[in-house]
Design a protein around this ligand. Structure first.
Ligand code: FAD
Ligand code: NAI
Length: 472
């Protein structure tokens, strides 16, 4: 093959996260010659390397610890339960490696060329790569998909040293269990990682700017979720803004003030501080200015309905564009753009993107919250069913939480489903499927659900829409 041919592709994807690698695989399945570039040594992006996968490994391990500690309730005696943090971190790393190696295997299997290096657009259809091994390479492509993801939003004036003051990346690899972990931001990262370290024995204080946790999540659900987390020993300081955080030799000092601006400052001493106030699109060094790709005021790459930027042949997907910063949203967009480039119809249904917080119990939702329906002026009915009335939850000892279904008052179409409870992340799949098929609550209510299972609570919540839940 001539050198020109080896550097010429139908599609080059920049960023091998869940958006990018899925896009590359789908495009290759559709017959395109594809290369994917990532500046990390391994594919999988934030999700597999420092996000979804390592956080879930630690959530799982710490949940097993907690279950073991309470095994006596089920008549299982265990000796003193000890945590070997180093081993737990190796367990986490094995999970990461298994997943990233799996992606490399899939890329190879689909004949996608995987290139390790930092890519920069030099012209529409042309890229320059600074290879991780020190070399350089230039490629041309009929189409380019930017899938460069997101990075931690910094808190102005606070230096994240990934030692005393950490981002999620540092919080996934702490060398010891902190005595006191202060978390700035009661969002998804703060509460998932707060749960991990709380279960491992840390005192955890969460400082949140707003007067509620998890903005965007249905307020009823969020209120109950906070109550459950409080019972687990997580402390909340709501309506507070962090004005400074300073790393000292063996601790860190955090200064807070009321979010309103009125009132005295206070200080907290912690041995680690996690800054988790959101993520922002990652476009550094990509050369967007050079070719004139436009971004919105939040720095996200602007695209049309087919993920095309304002420059022909340049597309963008995932965290780097608008929408929820979720791996499965990035994946859907990856498939959609690949199919569009192959001339197939493609579409992402943004009304049905589930969200999950993998705490214990879990929080999961799909569709609109009560607040959003009110804001949109939609007349809706509520069907709610508590896990205390679900047989399986009772025997499992996981009775916290409920299923709430919101349906259109006139048409009965399901508009939103919100779940707090064990395995909510699995339960929400049924709701997403129902909504994708424009189901009514009656459709869910009339579907036979196996007994005894947690999904029966979903059916009962649907029955509750017309006040005919059977076990309540
Ligand atoms: P990314 O996964 O961020 O991948 C982008 C890749 O592009 C990176 O590997 C980066 O190195 C590369 N890159 C950037 N610039 C260049 C360049 N110039 N040249 C070459 N390569 C470049 N989402 C969920 O749905 N479920 C979860 O449970 C979940 N847990 C999370 C936990 C944590 C702690 C964090 C931080 C995030 C979590 N997320 C979760 C969010 C999820 O990780 C992101 O939404 C997802 O990774 C976005 O995918 P992406 O493909 O858009 O980008
Ligand atoms: P987030 O947006 O979920 O939450 C950030 C929180 O910080 C909000 O409650 C916000 O009000 C608060 N905040 C903002 N500025 C503040 C300040 N100065 N002081 C105190 N509080 C402040 O962001 P987070 O937790 O960093 O996560 C980023 C994104 O990563 C998520 O939105 C999600 O898209 C993704 N993610 C998804 C996961 C999942 O699907 N299970 C897990 C982890 C991350």
């Amino acid at each position: 093959m001539s050198e020109e041919n080896t550097n010429q592709f139908d599609l080059v994807v920049i960023g091998a996260g869940p958006g990018g690698y899925v896009c590359a695989i789908r495009a290759a399945q559709l017959g395109m010659k594809v290369a994917i570039i990532d500046k990390r040594g391994a594919p999988g992006g934030t999700c597999l390397n420092v996000g979804c996968i390592p956080s879930k490994a630690l959530l799982h391990a710490s949940e097993v610890l907690q279950e073991t500690q309470h095994a006596g309730d089920m008549g299982i005696s265990v000796g003193a339960v000890k945590v070997d943090l180093e081993k737990m971190m190796s367990f986490k790393q094995a999970g990461i490696d298994g997943n990233t190696q799996g992606v490399t295997f899939l890329l190879k299997k689909n004949k996608v060329e995987e290139i390790h290096g930092a890519a920069r657009l030099t012209a529409p259809g042309a890229l320059h790569i600074d290879l991780l091994d020190g070399g350089q390479r230039s490629l041309t492509a009929k189409n380019i998909v930017i899938a460069t993801g997101s990075e931690v939003t910094p808190l102005p004036g606070i230096e994240i040293d990934e030692d005393r003051i950490v981002s999620s990346t540092g919080a996934l690899s702490l060398p010891s269990i902190p005595k006191h972990l202060v978390i700035v931001g009661a969002g998804i990262i703060g509460l998932e990682l707060g749960s991990v370290w709380r279960r491992l024995g840390a005192e955890v204080t969460v400082v949140e700017f707003l007067d509620r946790i998890t903005p965007g999540v249905d307020a009823d659900l969020a209120k109950n979720f906070q109550r459950v987390l409080k019972k687990q020993g997580i402390k909340f300081m709501l309506g507070k803004k962090v004005t400074a955080a300073k790393a000292l030799k063996a601790s860190a000092k955090v200064t807070l003030a009321p979010a309103s601006g009125d009132g005295a400052e206070e200080t907290l001493t912690a041995d680690r501080v996690l800054i988790a106030i959101g993520r922002r699109p990652h476009t550094d060094g990509l050369g967007l200015e050079a070719i004139g790709v436009t971004r919105d005021p939040q720095g996200r790459i602007e695209t049309d309905a087919h993920f095309k930027t304002n420059i022909d042949g340049v597309f963008a997907i995932g965290d780097v564009i608008a929408g929820p910063m979720l791996a499965h949203k990035a994946e859907e967009e990856g498939v959609a753009v690949a199919e569009h480039l192959a001339g197939k119809p493609s579409h992402v249904n943004y009304h049905v993107i589930p969200g999950v917080i993998y705490t214990a119990p879990e929080v999961a939702w799909v569709g609109r919250s009560e607040e959003q329906l009110k804001e949109d002026g939609v007349d809706y009915v509520v069907g709610k069913f508590p896990f205390t009335a679900n047989g399986r939850a009772k025997v499992n000892g996981t009775t916290e939480g409920f299923v709430k279904i919101l349906a259109d008052a006139k048409t009965d179409r399901v508009l939103g489903v919100h779940i707090l409870g064990a395995q909510a992340g699995n339960l929400i799949a049924e709701a997403a499927m129902a909504m994708e098929f424009s189901a009514s609550s009656e459709d869910i209510a009339r579907t036979c659900h196996a007994h005894p299972t947690l999904p029966e609570a979903v059916k009962e919540a649907a029955l509750a829409i017309e006040g005919r839940a059977l076990h309540m």
